[in-house]
Ligand binder design. Sequence first.
Ligand SMILES: Cc1cc2nc3c(=O)[nH]c(=O)nc-3n(C[C@H](O)[C@H](O)[C@H](O)COP(=O)(O)OP(=O)(O)OC[C@H]3O[C@@H](n4cnc5c(N)ncnc54)[C@H](O)[C@@H]3O)c2cc1C
Length: 444
Amino acid sequence: MSKIVLIGANHAGTAAANTILDNYPGNELVIFDRNSNISYLGCGTALWIGRQISGYEGLFYCSKEKLEAKKAVVHMETEVNRIDFAAKKVYAKDSGGKEIVEDYEKLIIASGSLPIAPKIPGLDLPNVEFVKLFQNGQKINAILDKPEIKNVAVVGAGYIGVELAEAVRRRGKNVLLFEAENTSLASYYDDWFTGDMDKVLADNGIELHFGELVKEFQGNGKVEKVLTNKGEYPIDLVIMGIGFRPNSTLGNGELETFANGAYKVNLKQETSKAGVYAIGDCATVYSNAVENSAYIALATNAVRSGVVAGHNAGGTPLESAGVQGSNGICIYNYKMVSTGLNLRAAEKAGYTPVYTQFEDTQKPAFITENNDKVKIRIVYDKNTRRILGAQMASYQDISMGIHMFSLAIEEKLTIDKLKLLDIFFLPHFNQPYNYITMAALTAK
Ligand SMILES: Cc1cc2nc3c(=O)[nH]c(=O)nc-3n(C[C@H](O)[C@H](O)[C@H](O)COP(=O)(O)OP(=O)(O)OC[C@H]3O[C@@H](n4cnc5c(N)ncnc54)[C@H](O)[C@@H]3O)c2cc1C
């Protein structure tokens, strides 16, 4: 039986805590989180702000009370500011300024990530907002309630920027979406897909400023203007969404880190110090697609890493299977899902990527309702024919197919393995020649 200290109780921390409390009840678990709430589903922020759900109340699935009921000691609004790895002690301060010192036998760091704040003049002006915490969502929601807020700049057209652009547009505001790349979602999808998403955004009245670099915010008392390398725009609110960086200062140079500062972990989520685990957005993942450590900040990865660390800290050795970075997005009902590497990422990882693709209606032509086009691209390595990634899109929900590709990448299957795979047919779901089969069969 061990004394385990856990720093951070959002998605990764909650998963680790529940794994320990449910499976290893004899351990002592002490949890610190500097926030006043835990388990906030950031993915719901855009739905809540865009009024697609009735409120934020359902966006939490755990609480201090739930963890305490399982006998954890939980310190909320208490920030850990130092770890003495040699003495195995954690130093924290609560919101009243009281210092709390806890010793540990095993330590799990789940301190997550922070929004990237570029060095842009005017970033600290009022009404320049970031999207991460529940409190950020509350603030943006309240600002959008003001009728004088008419023009909103969203900076970054990754999945968070695109979701927020839709949400703010649904609130009746003029939305200008700024992105340095020439398309939205460039990290996850090839042009064949991002072109569709860009059209969906534009068709719904979002002003796209792609290939445009935001240089400065100006204003008197609050933000009033965005300056880019191409122009100047009057603006009442800026929402920053250019990505996240690991929150990993507690390691204090004593834990080995990845290129972006994330704690480097092995498949057991253990850092370079024995008995010290790092999970979720503050840590690396093992990418089966690149066959190396990577940084992929997703709640799904956070939860899985929490389960793995929970078992290892609890006493049962368990290794992660690695991840593929599977992700999905749904904007104005247009759905895109992907896993593994797109062409650009595959090239960057040193492969010689080629692809096969197919597009048709999802179901036979005699199905006249709920039958839309589906498009699929499978990226594979020219030399080994190993599947490296897949992308799919439709107005229909075709999302479940992507999980098969996730497993294919994990299992290192070749494109040829999919050609005659037993894929069922029923007109309600697909065509006799399924789009996955067709894409695989036509692979050169
Ligand atoms: C708007 C938005 C939408 C998203 N949508 C999706 C989605 O659809 N799907 C998906 O998979 N992912 C999504 N994500 C990403 C997902 O939210 C993150 O990957 C996930 O929150 C990571 O969980 P985590 O527990 O590792 O870190 P975090 O959520 O960053 O939590 C870290 C916790 O540690 C605490 N903490 C930090 N430092 C200290 C300290 N020194 N002392 C005490 N406590 C500390 C913090 O208060 C926090 O509670 C989204 C993120 C955002 C912002």
